[in-house]
Design a protein around this ligand. Structure first.
Ligand SMILES: O=C(O)[C@H](O)[C@@H](O)[C@H](O)[C@H](O)COP(=O)(O)O
Length: 260
């Protein structure tokens, strides 16, 4: 791991403001180096928190963004449970509405709806989408994302990698499937841990008191009991963006001062 930082902000709104500056910087660095910015979103509360200020950021060259989904629910793309639909509403549509250059549609890598009723085929298809986007670019054995944005569930899950589930052991595949997710809907596809851990930058965005105890266990006690605790970059940086509530049980010396 190159750098690990835990940031605490007084409110969720300040988390969104900081993420806006942080992502602007990571996007500019990646575009300067490789001509593009590869970013993966999770679902849940994350897209809204991340997008809040980002959608008005005119310093970002969104035309160079390639947008992926760290996990996705196996439902049609216009379904209320779809992570794609959420990112489209919170981010893609708002960027398009506010500026001339949007994120090109062929640079948004969505679940293939044809496979929405078969998670195994959906995962295989999504892995092929990743291969077409990464092979010949940054990849050796697993793709190297510029940024993967993660949420954490109250049971410590991240992506659709749940505590005690066999998907956690997957070392070869880039994308795997689950049909008995404890968090509904049950059928999903998800990045595997080696893909997450291979990123240049991994960011957890976690707000609310419900997650404070697990965050304390992961950050202060180095617990490996939860999937989120197994996130450990092999080449890149790991950041936690927390609000006062989710960080309330962390010992304060673990917290870094936010600065760019
Ligand atoms: O699609 C999903 O369900 C997720 O990607 C999942 O991993 C989510 O990020 C966490 O459950 C946190 O969700 P909240 O931020 O809503 O608690």
């Amino acid at each position: 791991m190159y750098e690990k930082k835990v940031y605490n902000f007084q409110s969720g709104d300040l988390v969104s403001q900081a993420l806006n500056h942080f992502i602007e910087k990571k996007s500019a660095e990646a575009i300067a180096k490789t001509g593009r910015f590869t970013v993966a979103f999770s679902g849940g509360s994350l897209p809204k928190t991340v997008a809040k200020y980002l959608v008005n950021n005119k310093a970002i060259d969104f035309s160079k963004w390639h947008v992926f989904f760290a996990d996705e629910r196996c439902v049609p793309l216009n379904h209320p449970d779809s992570n794609y639909a959420l990112v489209k509403t919170e981010l893609l549509d708002k960027i398009k509405a506010g500026r001339l250059v949007a994120i090109p549609e062929d640079q948004v890598y969505a679940l293939n709806e044809k496979f929405a009723s078969n998670s195994e085929n959906a995962a295989e298809d999504y892995e092929h989408q990743l291969i077409s986007a990464f092979v010949g670019k940054s990849t050796v054995r697993h793709p190297v994302f510029d940024l993967i944005l993660l949420g954490m569930g109250p049971d410590g899950h991240t992506c659709s990698l749940f505590p005690g589930f066999p998907q956690l052991q997957e070392n070869e595949k880039w994308v795997t499937n689950i049909d008995n997710s404890p968090k509904p809907p049950p059928s999903r596809i998800t990045f595997t841990l080696p893909v997450v851990n291979n990123a240049h930058n991994i960011v957890f965005v976690t707000t609310g008191a419900g997650k404070a105890s697990i965050i304390h266990e992961i950050l202060d006690q180095n617990s490996k009991e939860y999937p989120s605790g197994l996130v450990s970059p092999t080449r890149g940086n790991l950041y936690w963006f927390l609000d006062n509530e989710s960080s309330s049980k962390i010992v304060s010396h673990s917290i870094s001062l936010f600065g760019l």
